[in-house]
Write a protein that binds this ligand. Structure first.
Ligand code: SF4
Length: 397
C-alpha cells in the first residue's frame, strides 16, 4: 500500500519562478528601509533632485528627515502627476456582493467570529445595485466579497460578472484570490481588473493578523496578481492596510517594490497601488500605529515621485477635506459615494458594512469638487490605455 501523503491543499508552497512575486521576494529592501529610518538632509536633497528615483530614494523621501520638506515634495508630486496623467481622476464605486466570510482577520468587520448581519446578493440583485450606480454616473465598478468558497463560489462570481457585462463597461474584482484558470473564466465573463491587498508585507505580522482561513497563505496571495495577469486581466491593483504594521514605512517600501516588479514583468497591464488607513469596523481592532495626516501626505507624495507610471487610489476612508487636498498630489482614482455593505446602494441598512466610510458625499458632489479644482472626473478608465502606450516595446521578461 502506498504511503504517499495525500495533498490536502493543492496550492504549491512558495511563489512561481519568473513571477513578479518572485522578483519582489528577491529584491533587497535593506538599503531603502535603512534610509527610511535614518536618511540625512543630503539624502533627501538627492532624492528630490533625481530624475529617475530608486527604492533607496523612496526610502529617503519617507524618512523623518523628509517630513520637513513636505512643501517641496508636494510641488514635485503635483507636477509629476499632471505631466504623466493630466488633471484627471477616475471615479469608481465598490459593489459589495457578500459579507459572508470563513476567514478570521483581526482587523476586518466581516471576520468570521463577528456576530453581524450577513447577506449575499443574488446575481439579479447585483445587477440592480449596478443599475443604481450607473444611474449615478459610474462606468467602473469593483466587486467586493469576503472569503466563502461555497457561498461566494467561482461559479457565483462568474455569474455576477456576466450579469453586468452588458451594462457596465469596466468591472474589477476584490475577493479571495483564485488560481489562473478561475481568473481566465472571470476574464472571459468580462472582468478586466484585480484588486488584491497583501494587507501587510512582514510575514510575522501577516501571520499574527490572519488567524484562520485561506488568506493565511502569504505566498499564494502575493502571486495572485501574476496569476490574474497571466489570465489576461489588464489592470492590477495592490496595496497594504496602514495601521497593521507598527513600522508603516516598511509597508510603503514593500508595496512600491511589488508594484515595480509587476510593472516590469506585466508591462501591458495598468498597475495601481492603494494604502488605505484603518477605519473603525466591527471587532474594534486597534491600529498598531495610526498614520497621521501629515505622514499620509508624505506617503502619497513619495509614492508619486518614486513610481511615476503607477496609479494611486484614494478611498472614501479619508475625509472630504483630506481627499480634496490630497488628490492633487498624484491620486489617479478615487471611490465615491461608497457603501461597504452588500445591497447598500439600492436598500441600505440590511447588512453590516466592512468599515465606516468617512467621505459620505455623493458621487456628484465629489465630481463637483474635482471640477472646482480644475480636474476632470472620469467615470470610465482612460488612464490605463496611457500606461500601456508608455511601454510599447519593452519585453515582459
Ligand atoms: S479581510 Fe477578507 S478574508 Fe479577512 S475577514 Fe475580511 S472579508 Fe474575510
Amino acid at each position: 500500500m502506498s504511503t504517499t501523503p495525500v495533498a490536502l491543499d493543492s496550492r504549491p508552497d512558495g511563489v512561481p519562478e519568473h513571477s513578479a512575486a518572485a522578483d519582489f521576494l528577491a529584491t533587497d529592501l535593506t538599503g531603502a528601509l535603512a534610509l527610511a529610518a535614518t536618511a540625512t538632509a543630503a539624502d533627501v536633497d538627492r532624492a528630490l533632485r533625481a530624475t529617475r528615483r530608486s527604492l533607496a530614494d523612496l526610502g529617503a523621501l519617507l524618512s523623518p528627515a523628509a517630513a520637513g520638506r513636505l512643501e517641496d515634495m508636494a510641488a514635485l508630486a503635483h507636477a509629476a502627476s499632471v505631466r504623466r496623467f493630466g488633471r484627471v481622476v477616475r471615479l469608481f464605486a465598490p459593489l459589495y456582493l457578500s459579507n459572508e466570510c470563513v476567514s478570521t482577520c483581526t482587523y476586518c468587520g466581516f471576520s468570521s467570529g463577528n456576530e453581524i448581519a450577513r447577506r449575499t446578493l443574488s446575481p439579479a440583485e447585483v445587477a440592480a445595485e449596478a443599475r443604481t450606480l450607473t444611474e449615478r454616473g459610474f462606468r467602473h465598478l469593483l466587486l467586493v466579497a469576503g472569503e466563502h468558497a461555497r457561498i461566494i463560489s467561482k461559479d457565483y462570481l462568474v455569474e455576477c460578472v456576466s450579469a453586468l457585462a452588458a451594462d457596465v463597461p469596466s468591472v474589477s474584482l476584490e475577493t479571495q484570490v483564485w488560481d489562473t484558470a478561475t481568473y481566465r473564466r472571470l476574464v472571459e465573463a468580462g472582468c478586466e481588473g484585480l484588486v488584491v491587498y497583501q494587507e501587510v508585507y512582514d510575514r510575522d505580522t501577516y501571520a499574527a493578523v490572519h488567524l484562520k482561513g485561506k488568506k493565511r497563505n502569504y505566498d499564494w496571495r502575493l502571486a495572485a496578481p501574476d496569476r490574474a495577469a497571466e489570465a489576461g486581466m489588464r489592470s492590477l491593483s495592490l496595496g497594504a492596510l496602514l495601521g497593521l504594521e507598527p513600522d508603516w514605512r516598511s509597508d510603503v517600501v514593500a508595496v512600491a517594490a511589488h508594484a515595480s516588479a509587476l510593472l516590469r514583468r506585466w508591462w501591458r497591464c495598468e498597475v495601481a497601488v492603494s494604502l488605505p488607513r484603518m477605519r473603525p469596523a466591527a471587532g474594534d481592532f486597534e491600529p498598531a500605529r495610526p498614520v497621521t495626516d501629515r505622514e499620509y501626505v508624505q506617503i502619497l507624495c513619495a509614492l508619486r515621485l518614486a513610481l511615476p507610471d503607477v496609479g494611486i487610489t484614494l478611498s472614501t476612508r479619508e475625509s472630504p477635506a483630506f481627499r480634496d487636498a490630497a488628490f492633487k498630489l498624484g491620486v489617479t482614482q478615487m471611490s465615491a459615494g461608497s457603501q461597504t455593505e452588500p445591497g447598500g446602494y439600492a436598500e441600505p441598512g440590511g447588512a453590516e458594512p466592512q468599515f465606516e466610510v468617512s467621505d459620505t458625499r455623493s458621487p456628484a458632489e465629489v465630481a463637483a469638487a474635482l471640477r472646482a479644482a480644475g480636474y476632470d472626473p472620469v467615470w470610465k478608465d482612460t488612464i490605463g490605455a496611457r500606461v500601456s502606450d508608455a511601454y510599447p516595446a519593452q519585453s515582459r521578461h
